[in-house]
Design a protein around this ligand. Structure first.
Ligand code: FES
Ligand SMILES: [Fe+2]
Length: 384
């Protein structure tokens, strides 16, 4: 390892520690290496994606028995599957024979069958059959099964954790669940789903959970819906952060969502992140979400979707929401990709963060990274 690598991690450690000490009106963005250093990605993979609760998508993506959807969590191929009793499982997607990835994409099947030699597993991950292996003397069939990981449903989202005995997710999100309760996200249904690979660092998706950019970047799209001036940060918890984005009073809306919503809630979108892998904007009539799967330091696979309140949503409203989402994401993508070029510049420098209501969530995310990563970064930097 070079001296530069050492300095980079040592600098990051200092910057993260400082994020905890600084006020919102004296904070700065993180150094460029926060987004470009492969040594940091290795630590994130182990201490964030390998430990935290990770959102895989919506539970309704695997609604019926036999429904499955594959997911790659850093180096771990996973598959979420619904068994015959309606229980969701998150299983290792790696064949116990020679390691082939069992299934890709989404589908429905009574068994998970490996394409290589057709070993098969049931929907709970138990070994079912292996052609021509009946005579093998040492193979223990009853002990053979796909490793299973913790699985929890929250607000209609499906989460997993690779940690051995993770603390349950829901208690950690209680205050956030309180903010979301009357929106009833758990009852919203999926109408749009797309997966894209963006050439940017995965943390840029967490950083864009701020209201500062809504009016300038999204001048002709989101500005008319959620202008910057109506954004207010809310208090972050240990496992989440976010802000409220008020809807423009001029906005025509055919539905304001669930009848439980108070007027102030119906006129507000709760923008929240459950790092490292979920960002979402929860509105009364519909909500958006993005699930993140980092592929490298400058590539991230993003599963993006829209969920709608009520069964009878007019198609025209859905189409309009989808068009707005596509246009907004295109604007976000342009800057998140281009800023990686800026991060590589010898002339890049750290900039001041805008007031808490506008860019405060960026500092909240830096502080989250400090809590989860600073010790590991420090230990790693001392070995270089
Ligand atoms: S690797 Fe899966 S059956 Fe051989
Ligand atoms: Fe944006």
């Amino acid at each position: 390892m070079t001296l530069t690598a050492h300095n980079s991690l040592a600098d990051l450690h200092l910057a993260l520690r400082r994020s905890e000490e600084l006020d919102f009106d004296s904070a700065f963005t993180m150094p460029a290496t926060f987004y470009t250093d492969p040594a940091l990605l290795a630590l994130e993979s182990r201490h964030l994606f390998g430990q935290e609760w990770i959102c895989l998508g919506r539970a309704e993506e695997i609604l019926r028995p036999g429904d499955y959807t594959a997911f790659q969590l850093c180096d771990e191929p996973l598959v979420a599957v619904r068994d015959a009793e309606g229980q969701a499982h998150v299983l290792s997607n790696v064949c116990r024979h020679r390691g082939t990835v069992l299934v890709s994409g989404s589908g429905n099947a009574p068994l998970l069958i490996c394409p290589y030699h057709h070993w098969s597993y049931d929907l709970k991950g138990r070994f079912k059959a292996a052609p021509r292996l009946e005579a093998h003397k040492a193979f223990n069939r009853s002990a053979c099964r796909l490793p299973e990981f913790a699985c929890e449903e929250w607000q209609g989202f499906l989460f997993t954790s690779l940690a051995r005995d993770p603390q349950p997710l829901a208690p950690r999100l209680k205050p956030l669940a309180g903010r979301l309760r009357n929106y009833h996200m758990e009852g919203m249904s999926l109408k749009y789903l797309v997966t894209e690979v963006w050439n940017t660092n995965w943390k840029c998706f967490l950083d864009f959970m701020e209201g500062y950019h809504l009016s300038p970047l999204h001048r002709t799209t989101l500005h008319a819906v959620n202008p910057t001036r109506l954004c207010t940060r809310f208090e972050a918890g240990d496992a989440y952060f976010g802000y409220n984005a008020g809807y423009s009073p001029n906005l025509a809306r055919s539905s304001k969502g669930h009848p439980d919503l108070a007027a102030a809630e119906a006129d507000n979108c709760v923008m929240f992140a459950i790092p490292p892998a979920l960002v979402s904007g929860c509105g009364g009539d519909y909500s958006s979400f993005i699930c993140l799967q980092p592929e490298s330091v400058d590539r991230v696979r993003a599963k993006m979707g829209l969920i709608f309140h009520g069964d009878d949503g007019a198609q025209i409203d859905i189409d309009r929401a989808v068009q707005l989402f596509i246009a907004t994401m295109a604007e976000d993508k342009a800057v998140l990709v281009s800023l990686m070029r800026g991060m590589a510049s010898a002339h890049h420098q750290r900039g001041p963060l805008a007031p808490a209501d506008f860019e405060g969530p960026v500092l909240d995310f830096d502080r989250y990274c400090n809590r989860r990563l600073a010790d590991a970064i420090d230990a790693q930097s001392r070995t270089l």
